[in-house]
Design a protein around this ligand. Structure first.
Ligand code: F6P
Length: 356
């Protein structure tokens, strides 16, 4: 079979491991031929390709980024964008396309599926917020990067009696903040799913200092929000521009939060924005294995004719689910998970008063 492959959206450690697994099993087991489309959907719109062979995928397993490069190109935002994609696939005589991406990339894959293209999706995002799958690859690597950063920040925070506010990625879901915050022993974890009351955050830090802990670590997801009653009113965006899928560029909440914490507690506070460091570098062993399993699953799905579907991880098995299900909504941190984690943190005196 002649199969196309692309990687779209923000990059993610493990993309190369998926590409390698698809090509190896495709060549070794099915006698497939591959064409790599470059820079996400731009490769299909503008017909930019590279050969994908055993040679071109050799040695890429531990490499971060993606040999196919990526972009946030949305063909639906261009007049005849979808038609150009289908024409490119026809020109290269592609019989099936494997699209590796998050909800944005996979929403275009779904559109092409509706236009009769044989598409299979692979879930990718460090944010871990795709529905229908237990984990996306890249998430584990991001959490390990953040956890190491928190460990390092602990020692300098302790040396200076400071509060360190660590901003991590997570536009709609707080998985990275939650997991790395737990793993790093953070003193407060603030996520988009639960707008936070800054006075309560300040109070919990004061209580901690009263217990003789003169430093604190606060982990905040970039998409977290102040609760309406305590919002200091500063927009927390890098700039007012939006990408082709309509997403604003987030970033900077740590600075606002650090200012507010220092103002309310009097404790010296610093902000650290980890940003794209979380997406760069080599994938962890867990992500290499998961990405490889997704790749092997995707090529099998192509040969079983399971189009319009995405490889997903459920209860440690790779299964196939409709793309529609994966892109229907973001998988956010649920209340049950939040309640479990709540048990790690001391109640503020306000909350004690309320619960009495
Ligand atoms: O979609 C994943 C993500 O990592 C988000 O958490 C973040 O907001 C975004 O990518 C940043 O992407 P960019 O590379 O466009 O700045």
């Amino acid at each position: 079979m002649k199969i196309g492959m692309l990687t779209g959206g923000g990059d993610c450690p493990g993309l190369n491991a998926v590409i390698r697994a698809v090509v190896r099993k495709g060549v070794f087991r099915y006698d497939d031929e591959f064409v790599g489309f470059l820079e996400g959907w731009r490769g299909l719109v503008e017909d930019k390709t590279m050969p994908l062979t055993l040679d071109t995928v050799s040695g890429i397993l531990p490499r971060g980024g993606t040999i196919l490069r990526t972009s946030r190109t949305n063909p639906s935002k261009r007049a005849d964008g979808i038609e150009r994609c289908t024409a490119t696939l026809k020109r290269h005589q592609i019989q099936a396309l494997i699209a590796i991406g998050g909800d944005d990339t996979l929403s275009v894959a779904q559109k092409l599926h509706e236009h009769g293209i044989h598409v299979v999706g692979v879930p990718k995002t460090i944010d871990n917020d795709l529905s229908g799958t237990d984990y996306t690859f890249g998430f584990d690597t991001a959490c390990n990067v953040v956890c190491e950063a928190i460990d390092r920040l602990h020692t300098t925070a302790e040396a200076h009696n400071r509060v360190m506010v660590v901003e991590v990625m997570g536009r709609d879901a707080g998985w990275i903040a939650l997991y790395s915050g737990i793993a790093g022993g953070a003193d407060a974890i603030l996520i988009p799913e639960r707008p936070f009351n800054i006075e309560k955050v300040a109070e919990s830090l004061r209580q901690r200092h009263e217990r003789g802990r003169y430093f604190s670590i606060v982990v905040v997801a970039e998409g977290a929000n102040f609760s309406a009653d305590t919002d200091p009113g500063t927009p927390v965006l890098q700039d007012m521009g939006k990408d082709e899928f309509g997403h604003a560029k987030l970033g900077g909440i740590a600075n606002v939060l650090a200012r507010e914490i220092e103002r309310r507690t009097g404790f010296e506070t610093r902000a650290v924005v980890l940003g794209h460091i979380q997406r760069g570098g080599s994938p962890t062993a867990f992500d290499r294995v998961l990405a490889t399993r997704y790749g092997l699953g995707a090529i099998d799905m192509v040969h079983r004719g399971e189009f319009g579907c995405m490889a997903a991880l459920r209860s440690n098995k790779i299964i196939s689910i409709p793309l529609k299900e994966a892109i229907a909504r973001n998988r956010v941190v649920d209340d049950e998970m939040i309640q479990i984690v709540d048990g790690l943190f001391e109640r503020t005196s306000n909350e004690e008063a309320v619960s009495k």
